[in-house]
Design a protein. Structure first.
Length: 173
């Protein structure tokens, strides 16, 4: 028997607890998505990514926060440089980034709640290599509005494992 591609809904209490723990309020569209499906095992997002569960989001956020703190304790300066387009900070670890999707073992897509001067709070960042990001949408809502029409136009490949994602031209992490 095949496992379901989308997980059962998250509980409002669990979603609220993750928001409280991270100090980051999820955009309404993302909240609604989690209240329908707490993540997915199917690769339905661009470049073969899938939505992480709330437990994974929380654990990744905690892990990256620990790395941030350990580096700070070791006296390593954090890169407070701003990307060439001015939209985001170039540091790798940031507690104001919410990891929401993955293609491999760790998160590759984030919501960024501490943007650069030309960016937008809640913008969607995509990890293009082990330490560089690009902004792919100014908000989760914009990301969904850009992406869902492509899904609905059947520009995804469906095979035995489910949707294998749509290559939207972003660099592969």
């Amino acid at each position: 028997m095949r496992e379901p591609a989308f997980n059962p809904p998250a509980k409002v209490k669990r979603l609220t607890a993750v928001e409280a723990r991270t100090g980051l309020r999820f955009p309404e569209e993302l909240r609604a998505m989690y209240l329908q499906h707490d993540g997915a095992s199917v690769r339905w997002l661009p470049n073969g990514m899938w939505l992480r569960t709330l437990n994974e989001v929380e654990q990744d956020w905690l892990d990256f926060g620990r790395l941030h703190d350990e580096l700070a304790e070791d006296g390593e300066a954090f890169d407070e440089d701003i990307s060439s387009d001015g939209k985001h900070f170039t540091n790798v670890y940031d507690r104001a980034r919410l990891p929401i999707a993955t293609r491999q073992d760790g998160p590759e897509m984030y919501l960024d709640f501490r943007p650069g001067p030309q960016g937008s709070s809640g913008q969607v960042l995509y990890l293009i290599n082990e330490c560089d990001y690009i902004v792919v949408a100014t908000s989760f809502s914009e990301f969904i509005q850009q992406y869902l029409p492509l899904r609905e136009a059947h520009q995804l490949v469906l095979d035995e494992g489910g949707y294998q994602g749509l290559d939207v031209g972003w660099p592969k992490a």
